[in-house]
Design a protein. Structure first.
Length: 325
C-alpha cells in the first residue's frame, strides 16, 4: 500500500533510485515493527547495500511492489522477519537500513550497538507471538479491558456519525491517516478527488468514516478496485478497515462496512469482497456478521498467490458478500 507517494510500487522505485548514503523519512512501514510502531508511523531510511547491515539491524526490504521494515536475522543466507515473527518471502531486494523510528513526537534511533538487543528482542517476541495460545490470551485480555472501559469511552467520545467521506473531509482524513493508515496522503487526496468524492452518478468505489461532533475522524474504511495497486483481482474489495482504539467494540467497524456495502450496491456492484489475515478474529467476526461468506477456493488461492508474489507472508481468508440487483 502507498506510503509517502502515489503507490507502494512507485515509492519503492523512487527509493531504489536514490544514491547510496541518502537519508529520508518514510511513513507507513510500521506494521512489521508492531508493537514499536503503528501502521502510519515513520522510519528513517539510510540507502545502502547489504555490506552495511548485520544481524540485529532493521532493513527496509522490497518484495515486488511491497515494502517491509524487518529485523535482519542472518546475512548469509539473507533472512529477515517482522518483530513478532513470521515467514519472510524469499528473494527480497534490500532498499536500505532503518536508522531511526518515529512515533508521533517520539524518536528512537537505532545505532549499531543496539543490534544484539534488537535481535534478542525479536527472537523472544517471535517465540511467544507465533504460538496461537499466546495470541489468544493477548486478545482475550485486550477484549476484557476494552469491554470494561467501553462505557467511559462512549461517554467521553460522544455520538458518532457514520457516513461516506466527502471532499470537504480531506483535512480530517489526512490527520487520521498520519496516525493510523499505511496509505499516503497523496493517494487519499487523489482517490477522494477522482473517485470516492464524485457526485453519485460518477462515483467509483467508496470511503466511509466515523466522525465525532467536532468533525474528527475516528474510524475509516474504503473499498475499491485492486487493479489500481497492480494486483489482478477483479471486482470491488474492502481495502482498509481501521478504527481508533478509543471507539473499538462500539459497533463502529460494523457500521463502516455496512456503509460501504450500501454504497457499492447503489453503484450496481454484484458483490463486495474482503481479504483478511487468518488470525484477525475481530475482523472475521465483523464481516461474517454482515453476511460475508467464504469465497470459492479458486478465488482464495488466487488472492493468496497474488499477495505472496507481492511480498505478503500471512495466509488470507477471502470473504464475499453478494449484492443482488
Amino acid at each position: 500500500m502507498p506510503s509517502g507517494g502515489v503507490s507502494t510500487a512507485e515509492l519503492a522505485d523512487l527509493l531504489a533510485a536514490l544514491p547510496f548514503g541518502h537519508r529520508l523519512w518514510v511513513r507507513g512501514m510500521g506494521r512489521c515493527l508492531y508493537p514499536l510502531l503503528r501502521s502510519g508511523d515513520a522510519v528513517r531510511l539510510l540507502r545502502c547495500g547489504p555490506e552495511r547491515l548485520a544481524r540485529g539491524d532493521v532493513a527496509l526490504v522490497r518484495h515486488g511492489p511491497r515494502l517491509a521494515a524487518q529485523v535482519v536475522l542472518s546475512t548469509e543466507p539473507w533472512v529477515t522477519e517482522s518483530l513478532l515473527g513470521g515467514t519472510d518471502v524469499a528473494g527480497g531486494e534490500l532498499v536500505g537500513r532503518i536508522i531511526a523510528l518515529k512515533r508521533g513526537r517520539w524518536v528512537m534511533r537505532l545505532p549499531r550497538p543496539t543490534r544484539p538487543a534488537l535481535f534478542l528482542l525479536q527472537r523472544t517476541l517471535s517465540g511467544v507471538w507465533t504460538k496461537p495460545s499466546s495470541r489468544a490470551v493477548f486478545r482475550h485480555l485486550r477484549d476484557l479491558f476494552s469491554g470494561w472501559t467501553k462505557p467511559l469511552r462512549r461517554q467521553f467520545v460522544g455520538p458518532l456519525e457514520i457516513r461516506l467521506v466527502r471532499p470537504d473531509d480531506l483535512d480530517a482524513l489526512l490527520a487520521f491517516a498520519t496516525e493510523r493508515l499505511v496509505v499516503s496522503g497523496t493517494f487519499l487526496r487523489r482517490q477522494l478527488r477522482d473517485r470516492w468524492g464524485l457526485p453519485q452518478d460518477r462515483r467509483v468505489g467508496a470511503a466511509a468514516g466515523a466522525f465525532d461532533a467536532q468533525g474528527h475522524l475516528l474510524g475509516f474504511a474504503w473499498a475499491d478496485d485492486y487493479h489500481q495497486e497492480g494486483l489482478s483481482l477483479d471486482g470491488f474489495w474492502v481495502r482498509s478497515l481501521v478504527v481508533s482504539p478509543k471507539v473499538r467494540r462500539m459497533g463502529v467497524a460494523t457500521a463502516l462496512v455496512r456503509c460501504l456495502v450500501e454504497e457499492l450496491h447503489r453503484q450496481g456492484a454484484d458483490r463486495l469482497q474482503a481479504d483478511i489475515d487468518e488470525d484477525n478474529t475481530a475482523s472475521l467476526r465483523t464481516f461474517s456478521g454482515l453476511g460475508f461468506q467464504p469465497a470459492p477456493d479458486a478465488l482464495t488461492v488466487a488472492t493468496n498467490q497474488q499477495w505472496d508474489a507481492a511480498g505478503g507472508s500471512k495466509r488470507l481468508v477471502v470473504l464475499v458478500r453478494p449484492l443482488p440487483a
